[in-house]
Design a protein around this ligand. Structure first.
Ligand code: PMP
Length: 450
């Protein structure tokens, strides 16, 4: 039973004492109080199916009893200790996490957020290569520190301040809305990347790769690249998938230019894409550096960077330290998340329920003109809403759908450069039954637009 401040009180505190840039979107913002697995409960006890999972953050489910137990046990044994000492949990976790990695990716650094992880990856790549230039996609999101804000390429997350030198953004290989996207680019959205077979209309992959090469030819000095950062599927950017084969070729271009490939697995890691534990495995590459956050800790502040011994060696030219990164409680959580994913077969569940959702959404796209594109993989799904053919659905109409779903007990996400993409990234334990409920509510919401 909830006995905290009243709704009015919460509203006033939010207005007077909390970061005013925090968005809520709903006309009557939700005040959430409790969670259990895929369910959330507001302060009045109303239940919601959570298909957004705190933007991909809740991987194994809200308040998973095993995580609660692990936190309690570790907190009452040793809550925090400086990492100048050995503490068994961080050691055990480093071993467990790096065992999930292919190739030479065997050294872990623990931090507290995705932004910090990407910040560290920028530093690492520059120190190791001796180069300065960093490349990422337009429409990407990699964090909110001053440096990762420069890496991020979304105008709505930037201020009118000088951008740090050394950051470059290549054209986003978007095969739906991009320059070389066509309405025919619609093969089955169950791969990490997508095939664009429409030939005449676009040949999107080659055209976007030409643009990628042009950056290296015209803008960057020879062999000056420290790193190229990419998500396996863009998250905040609207569950956007790249054309099949693009990432592999981009990887080769970057390597030839002396740079490293950094895979941002903050949203796509930990089995979410179904077929693989890491999204990059679907692109058939092994990155030099992998950054991860969100699902790694099921909502607990924990993030990591994993790299090769050679790159790690370069970073030992100076002290590198992080007070809370990998503290005993965070490490206990990290280990338990890995155990649960394995024992509850959550990666397989992402694949099964994700494929079911994608197939049903494909059918719905033929039924509703408002659905322009359905994409994603596993439980990382985007539904791009449009009007008059391909124009992004107005924010007013989008929010009507959102609000309708909330009132019916369904929480969904919002994203994409035009804010017109429904993002589904539920806790990885949702069932087909939940998926059916979600689909039914969305169907009614789409109908309500008429
Ligand atoms: N990378 C990606 C792909 C993300 O989606 C986010 C957060 N939305 C970040 C990095 C930054 O993570 P954090 O908010 O934990 O700093």
């Amino acid at each position: 039973k909830y006995n905290g401040p009243s709704y009015e009180n919460l509203k006033n505190i939010r207005k007077d004492n909390l970061n005013p840039a925090l968005l809520t979107f709903y006309s009557k913002p939700l005040a959430l109080h409790q969670g259990y697995k895929q369910w959330l409960f507001d302060i009045e006890g109303k239940r919601y199916l959570d298909l957004f999972g705190g933007i991909c953050t809740v991987s194994v489910g809200h308040c998973h009893p095993r995580i609660t137990k692990a936190v309690n046990e570790q907190m009452s044994t040793l809550g925090h200790v400086s990492n100048i000492y050995y503490h068994p949990k961080i050691h055990e976790y480093a071993k467990r996490l790096t065992e999930k990695m292919p190739g030479e990716l065997k050294v872990a650094y623990f931090v507290n957020s995705g932004s910090e992880a990407n910040d560290l990856a920028i530093l690492m790549s520059r120190v190791y290569t001796g180069n300065h230039e960093i490349v990422s996609f337009r429409n990407c999101y990699h964090g909110m520190t001053y440096q990762t804000m420069a890496l991020t390429s979304q105008g709505s997350y930037k201020y009118k301040l000088p951008t740090l030198p050394g950051f470059h953004h290549v054209m986003n290989p978007d095969i739906f809305r991009g320059l070389w996207g066509g309405s025919k680019c619609r093969d089955s959205p169950v791969q990490v990347s997508r095939n664009c077979d429409c030939g005449e209309v676009c040949n999107a992959k080659e055209k976007y790769l030409d643009q990628f090469r042009e950056l290296f030819k015209y803008t960057l000095p020879k062999k000056s690249v420290a790193a190229f950062f990419a998500e396996s599927i863009q998250g905040v950017g609207g569950a956007l998938q790249f054309p099949k084969g693009y990432i592999k070729e981009a990887y080769d271009i970057v390597k030839e230019s002396g740079g490293l490939f950094v895979s941002d697995e903050v949203q796509t890691g930990f089995g979410r894409t179904g077929d693989h534990f890491w999204g990059f495995e679907g692109h058939e590459i092994i990155p030099d550096i992998v950054t991860m956050a969100k699902g790694i800790g099921n909502g607990y502040p924990l993030a990591a960077v994993v790299t090769t011994p050679a790159i790690a060696e370069a970073l030992s030219r100076a002290n590198h330290f992080n007070t809370f990164g990998g503290n005993p409680v965070a490490s206990a959580v990290g280990i338990t998340v890995l155990d649960i994913i394995e024992e509850e077969e959550l990666q397989q569940n992402c694949k099964n329920v994700g494929n079911y959702l994608l197939k049903e959404l494909e059918k719905m796209r033929d039924e509703f003109e408002v659905i322009g594109d359905v994409r994603g993989k596993g439980l990382m799904i985007g539904i791009e809403l449009v009007e008059d053919g391909k124009r992004p659905l107005s924010s007013e109409k989008f929010l009507k759908i959102w609000e309708y779903c909330k009132d019916a007990g369904l929480l969904i996400g919002k994203g994409g450069a035009d804010g017109n993409v429904i993002r589904l990234k539920p806790p990885m334990c949702i069932t087909k039954e939940d998926a059916r409920f979600g689909l039914e509510v969305m169907r009614l919401a789409f109908k309500s637009l008429n």
